[in-house]
Design a protein around this ligand. Structure first.
Ligand SMILES: [Ca+2]
Ligand SMILES: [Ca+2]
Ligand SMILES: [Ca+2]
Ligand SMILES: [Ca+2]
Ligand SMILES: [Zn+2]
Length: 391
């Protein structure tokens, strides 16, 4: 198991080394320094499973990992649960953090594995003055230099993690699409008859208003999502895939209040709707939590196009639309980093640390966020009509 604080120190050293490498590159012409010798090594599926096994041995009281189901290549969609009395389904608000529904997006699973390491380590750790400056937990992970000493987030709070694990059920699925991760492909590995570009884009396979493809084929680019060989092929029908079925089954059996699905890249925070510029009934709650997230990672909040009339267009079949509309979950999407799979270790580790802060913040919102009621938006074909008259 990697140690959280030593990782921070390693990242500072690496940052120094890489910065040094760049400045000396002009002289030595050693351009391959960063990419070949110091490229970040992401977890593999098997390394992740081994880590979970080790953590469960160490912390059986508050950490478990279970399979939500098998994939087409017989891997498991692993679910980690962090909560006190982990074997009991307690009456505590649930949080779902998931990543890499698109398999070639690596920071999502990496940052969630990092979160699991941080939370398990800090749960059992006494309150510690991590930076040995005589003050205790004076600078928790929130992107802010709380004690104004020029360092950011150098003394995270152990009690904060304990509060979350004791009062929430935290569910984490680092690899929703483990086959895609192993093949480094966006889609899953469900070989459809006649397909040359294997698989389905799982984040187009969730239910909710698939009929809009028929009504607005151009706005929803039906030619692409219904094309077997497209990079975002949606599948034959909603929930046709093993992985989306596994997520559906999980959501239907747990009381999840708030969720965050990690993708890369773009440094953007998004929330429903993904298929229309019409604002959701719970826009205010979404926006306030998005602002809380943005204050930590500095990401841009993308909340749909600002149009006078709600307009169809965007993405159908996303997890966030279905989570929100069918189950009243406050569901966010994050696009991490500035590239799909950064190789600079300092960039990846910085992303992981920042999003420990984001994830802890999101977990802390669960008890205060009331379950938003199940939402059914008006048929889109009438939206423009009614809005026109309202205005
Ligand atoms: Ca501390
Ligand atoms: Ca301190
Ligand atoms: Ca500080
Ligand atoms: Ca801080
Ligand atoms: Zn993605």
């Amino acid at each position: 198991m990697r140690d959280f604080i030593s990782k921070i120190i390693v990242s500072i050293i690496l940052l120094f080394l890489i910065t040094g490498a760049f400045s000396s590159a002009a002289n030595t012409n050693n351009k391959s320094f960063e990419s070949s010798q110091f490229a970040y090594e992401y977890y593999t599926y098997q390394e992740m499973v081994d880590l979970f096994e080790g953590l469960q041995d160490l912390y059986p009281d508050f950490m478990s990992y279970t399979s939500l189901g098998k994939t087409y290549e017989n891997r498991d969609v692993w679910l980690v649960k962090l909560s006190d009395n982990v074997e009991v389904n307690e009456d505590e608000p649930g949080v779902l953090l998931m990543g890499s529904i698109h398999g070639d997006e690596r920071p999502p699973f990496e940052s969630l594995i990092y979160l699991i390491e941080h939370m398990t380590e800090f749960y059992v750790k006494e309150n510690t003055d991590d930076d040995e400056d005589g003050l205790m937990n004076e600078d928790p992970i929130d992107g802010i230099d709380n004690d104004d000493d020029g360092q950011i987030d150098e003394d995270p709070s152990e009690d904060r993690v304990r509060d979350i694990i004791d009062n929430t059920e935290v569910f984490i699925i680092p690899m929703v699409n483990p086959d895609g991760v192993e093949h480094n492909t966006r889609k899953n590995r469900d070989q459809k008859p006649g397909q040359t570009n294997i698989g389905v884009d799982l984040n187009r396979n969730f239910a909710y208003k698939w009929y809009l493809y028929d009504i607005f084929p151009i706005a929803y680019n039906d030619a692409r999502t219904s094309d077997l060989n497209s990079w975002n092929y949606r599948g034959e029908e909603p929930f046709s895939e093993l992985e989306t079925k596994a997520i559906k089954n999980f959501i239907e059996n747990e009381d999840i209040k708030i969720s965050l699905s990690y993708h890369s890249y773009g440094e953007v925070i998004m929330y429903p709707w993904t298929h229309t510029s019409q604002r959701v009934p719970h826009e205010k709650i979404f926006l306030s939590v998005a602002q809380g997230i943005s204050s930590i990672d500095g990401y841009y909040i993308y909340n749909g196009l600002t149009t006078i009339l709600p307009w169809p267009g965007g993405t159908i079949g996303t997890s966030e639309n279905w989570f929100y509309s069918e189950h009243g979950i406050l569901s966010f999407t994050m696009e991490l980093c500035k590239s799909k799979a950064p190789t600079n270790p300092a960039v990846v580790i910085d992303c992981c640390i920042k999003h420990v802060g984001v994830n802890l913040y999101v977990c802390e919102q669960a008890p205060t966020v009331k379950q938003v009621s199940k939402v059914v938006d008006k048929p889109i074909i009438f939206q423009t009509f009614f809005t026109f008259y309202r205005n």
